[in-house]
Design a protein around this ligand. Sequence first.
Ligand code: KG4
Ligand code: ZN
Length: 349
Amino acid sequence: MNVLGIETSCDETGIAIYDSDAGLLAHVVYSQTAIHAPFGGVVPELASRDHVKCTLPLIMQVLKEADMTLRDLSGIAYTKGPGLVGALLVGAMLGRTLGFALNIPTIGVHHLEAHLLSPFLEDPKPSFPFLAGLFSGGHTLLIKVTGVGAYEVLGETLDDAVGEAFDKTAKLLGLPYPGGAELAALARRGQINRFYFPRPMIKKPGFDFSFSGLKTYASHVIFNHLGDDLAKADIARAFEEAVVETLVVKCKRALKETGYQHLVIAGGVSANLSLRAALMHICEQKGVSLYFPRTEWCTDNGAMIAYVGALRLLAGEREDLSVVVRARWPLEELRLGVCNLRSFPANNA
Ligand code: KG4
Ligand code: ZN
C-alpha cells in the first residue's frame, strides 16, 4: 500500500510517500522558519496561508521523486491534530479532497502518535512495551506504550513544553527563532560549572515537568550579565545541562517504575546531542535499549504521518467524508486493534 502523508500542524509542510512493502519512497520538509522569524514565534494566520501555497506543489514534487502519479497512491494520511486549527485544516481539506477524487481511503493521524512511532522508520525497531519520552516544541510527555494505540500518559509538563523553554531562552540570548538547535550549538562552546541552573521538580515524586520557572531563572542570569557576550555560551550550557538532567531523572524514574527494557525518545528536542548522550549513558548502565529517529525525523515531517497512516489503514481503519481537525486531542483517546509493526519494512529513503 502506497500512502501519501501530509503534515501541516504548525510551521512545517511535510510530505512523504510510504510504501508498506518497500518503505519510505520519498519525502520533503519545507520549513516556514524564515516567515515567522521576524515575529519571534509562529504566526498562525501566516502559517495557514503558507501551507495553502506549498502543500500541493510539494505533493507533486514528492510524487515525481518517487516516480509516481496521483493514480498510483492507495491511501492518504493527513495530520488531524493536535496543532493550529487553520494550519491543520489546509492539510485535512486537501487530503480529504484528494482521497475523495481518487476514491482511495483517507485517514486523519494524531501528530503525537506519529512522533512517538517515528523510530519505527528506522532499524532496529523498538519492541513493545516501551517507555516513550515525547519532547517537542508543543509537548513534554512520558508515556507507557504497550502497543499501537495503547498509550498511558505517566507525566507531562504543567506549563511550558521543553522545546518552548529552549526557544524562549534562546530568544533571551539573542538567538534567532526557533532557537533550540542554535542554543545547543552555543552550549557546546560554553564552560562547564560557571553557572548552575535549578532542575525543576526532580525532587517531587511523579513524572510531571515544569519549565517556565527555568526560563525565568535564565532571564535573570542573562539580565545580570548583559554586555558580557562571553557569558552567553556558559549560560546556554548551564541551561541545557539543567534541562537534560531533568529529563534524564524522570526517564530513569519511569524506567524503574515500569521495569521496561526499551526507551524511545522523539520530537524536536530528541535531536539534542547532550540529551541523547546522557540517556545513552543511563541506558547502558541499566541494560535498556534506547531508540530515536534520525535528526530530520525528530522535528515535524510527513514521513511519520505516512507511516502511521499506512499502519492504521492496513489495520482497516477508515474515515467518512467529514473533515474534522482537533486543536487539542488527548493521546489516550486513541485505540487500535492488533497490529504487527515488525511486518513493516526498513526505511529505504
Ligand atoms: O517536534 P517539533 O518539530 O515540533 C512540535 O511538534 O512541537 O519540535 C520543535 C522543537 C523546537 O522547540 C526546537 O527548538 C526544538 O524542537 N529543537 C531542539 C533541537 N532541535 C530542535 N531543542 C534542543 N536541541 C536541539 N538540537
Ligand atoms: Zn511535532
